[in-house]
Design a protein around this ligand. Sequence first.
Ligand code: SF4
Ligand code: SF4
Length: 511
Amino acid sequence: MSKDQTKGQTSQPNIKDGVSSQGGAPSNRSPIPEDHQEAVNHAGPLRYFAKQIKVFPRRVWGKYRKIKWLVMAVTLGIYYLAPFLRWNRGEHAPNQAILIDLYGPRAYFFGIEIWPQEVFILTGILILAAIALFFVTSMFGRVWCGYTCPQTVWTDLFVWVERFIQGDRNARKKLYDAPWSLTKIWKIGLTHFLWIVIGVFTGGAFVLYFNDAPTLIQDIIHLDASPTIWGFIGSLTLSTYIMAGFAREQVCTYMCPYARFQSAMFDKDTLIISYDEKRGEPRGKHKKGTEWGETGHCIDCTACVQVCPVGIDIRDGLQMECIACGLCVDACNNVMDKLELPRGLVRYDTTNHMEAKVKGGDEKFKFIRIRTLYYGVLMGLVGGLMLYYLLTRAPLQLHVLHDRNPVFVQLSNGDIRNGYTIKILNKTHEARTYTLSVEGLDNARIDVKSAGHLDAKTIHVGPDTIGSYRINLFASVKPAEARDIIFTLQDNNDPEIRAEYEGSFVTRRER
Ligand code: SF4
Ligand code: SF4
């Protein structure tokens, strides 16, 4: 190695197009990758829409590629197989571990059951997921985009299929530019056929989350599924085919709002993909075993550009399109290995860490900072509140709706009658019997109506259902506008299970 490692001093990466405003030396090179330059040259004087440049990412091996394969296998495995997991909830509830039952209507997640009245839990989950995303982004940059975002995972899978049939980058480019022939037809045709098959499986797996999976699969196989099911499978097949087959990096660059506002979570201690300009420049060709002369470690082989799934040149600085997938890091590390130079010319690094290295220091990574603490506390708060609710949620809920017309009726004996509709949510998986009582009215009498008249002490509600009853409340009271009362529902077999509802008893006005 003729060039010593101290050449590896760093500078602030040049960050463009709104990803970060961390400053740094402006690049003196064109921000337009070589592949894109031709299209720009032919673009004419003024165009409002950029021509889509087809990207042919080259195959690469390395640590981050392995992580991406692993994440892809795990996430796709969960997505396709999770509907088949079973969870015993007894005979009165479905046994699918993850199910959104729109007819129930309920959402099931293993031991957790969410009723429509508890839709705020889903809101809480979304808020928690958003804060978790901010938390991870503030520490590790766009790792969500590069590794786990569905758009990235499915695009990776589609590119793998494309590469498997059509070959690596050069072969695919050649095939793309070649006139139509039998070879081109079968290769392109087979690629698109397999993409559509993946799309069908993707749409098919999605609908399984809303139905009993084994039953629905039988229905689909025997063509007995409803038009709604076919509609969802068709539209998801189409969207998967278009997004992962054609739109690809355009989704990340133009459609995804997260790419636009993520800079708010970045600071100088956030991990970003960084090109070590001090070490790499001036770039130039180099033959292994020869003297380095004045050139930097970047031999301008463009391996980092060729593997990039969004078609950018990271040596021009961090750009908004970069999804932090780390494939350019793998590509450059492989080149450095061949040249017997230290790895890390392109690497995950933070601005502060790089600046410290330039000054000769060795600043440590600061993952725990005010910003990350703030997100962490928020996450803990929202997660804690949700957990508290789930652990202490009542297995019984009572809702009472006063009749609007008539508001009250005066009987011939002078008593006042008020009508109500009560809804009893029995969240347990057993049939229950309850006693309804009223506080705040002396000598009140409750008449419960369903198919026949019921005793207020023996109101039956089936397992995991809502019981709806009409009740009349009779009382002999002095005239007043309204009285505050409390309806109480007590489980007959479990003193711990009890629900209350504040209501009113309306009488005629005093004249
Ligand atoms: S892979 Fe490394 S050496 Fe090759 S062009 Fe990119 S930065 Fe330079
Ligand atoms: S520049 Fe590197 S990290 Fe960014 S998208 Fe391209 S290959 Fe991935």
